[in-house]
Write a protein that binds this ligand. Structure first.
Ligand SMILES: *Cc1c(COP(=O)(O)O)cnc(C)c1O
Length: 290
């Protein structure tokens, strides 16, 4: 709301987190989806970003590691995107909520860290929900140019007012002393990532890019569209998600919600036994589709 208004276009790389188009709509601006390709690991290229810019484009929303794909941009990829943003005069809203949940020894780079020029055009948003498992405490934060943050403070003071002081102090404690817990949690998530990825890739017809961060896998299940179980026809990811829920009691989120209708999202923020059981049930249900 501090950055966008009616007539502004805001680029949203797809697959995207469900809330971005709605949040842009709340500011009366127009979300413009830019489809990142599965072959590119669901990462938007600088050329794709550049091609989507119009005279009305105000900003691009980046989310890395990504919910729902787990994709995370490298420093070199971010540098190319930053170059386009600066050349085209775009703002960047950089959602870094999964910055600490990153695997395979990768290191995280914020686009705002690439130089003074891009830093001056970036608003970083982050929070304690994911890295510190504090989803219910409702503490988030933003960093950016002073005039933008000042404007955000004014809007917030008339809407939600504040995060409770109790939750803020709990957040301070998490940031100060939970580092070792986060390291342990990330190691466990990495094992679960390997487990769910192996399970998904063993399913006939399913492809899945390797999640580099966050705690979601986003397999392509398009091979099952057009198949049936009895008189039930599976034509969409929504159909498949409903089938898996009813037939296997496995909850997945259909890709339509993220702008990727051939995929489904699975969360691996669950114990390994549950993941194993879920994968087994899914395999059984998919086998019944002819
Ligand atoms: C979970 C999440 C957030 C933050 O959600 P809160 O629960 O409101 O802290 C922000 N962005 C993405 C992509 C998320 O997945």
């Amino acid at each position: 709301m501090a950055l966008f208004q009616m007539g502004d276009e805001v680029l949203v790389p797809a697959p995207y987190w469900v809330s971005y188009p709605e949040q842009i709509g709340l500011a009366e601006a127009t979300p413009v989806l830019v489809h990142a390709r599965e072959q590119n690991g669901f990462k938007l290229t600088a050329a794709e970003l550049d091609a989507a810019v119009t005279p009305r484009t105000k900003a691009v929303i980046l989310n890395y590691p990504c919910n729902p794909t787990g994709a995370c941009y490298t420093r070199a990829e971010l540098a190319e995107l930053a170059e386009v943003c600066l050349a085209r005069g775009l703002w960047v809203v950089s959602d870094e909520i999964y910055e600490k949940l990153i695997y395979d020894g990768r290191s995280f780079t914020s686009i705002a860290a690439l130089g003074e020029q891009i830093k001056a055009r970036t608003v970083v948003v982050n929070g304690l929900s994911k890295s510190y498992s504090m989803t219910g405490w409702r503490v988030g934060y933003a960093a950016g140019p002073r005039e933008i943050i000042d404007a955000m403070g004014k809007i917030q003071s008339h809407s939600t007012s504040n995060a409770t002081s109790i939750a803020q102090w709990a957040g301070v404690e998490a940031l100060r002393s939970a580092g070792a817990d986060v390291v342990r949690m990330v190691a466990e998530f990495e094992r679960r990532r390997d487990q769910i990825l192996a399970g998904l890739r063993a399913l006939p017809g399913v492809t899945c890019s390797r999640p580099e961060g966050a705690f979601y896998a986003f397999p392509n299940v398009g091979a099952y569209f057009g198949r049936r179980a009895g008189d039930r026809v599976i034509d969409t990811a929504l159909d498949l998600a409903a089938y898996l829920l009813e037939e296997a009691r496995v909850a997945v989120v259909p890709g339509e919600a993220f702008g990727a209708p051939a995929n489904i999202r699975l969360s691996y923020a669950a114990p390994t036994e549950q993941i194993a059981e879920g994968m087994e049930r899914m395999a059984g249900a998919l086998k019944k589709l002819a």
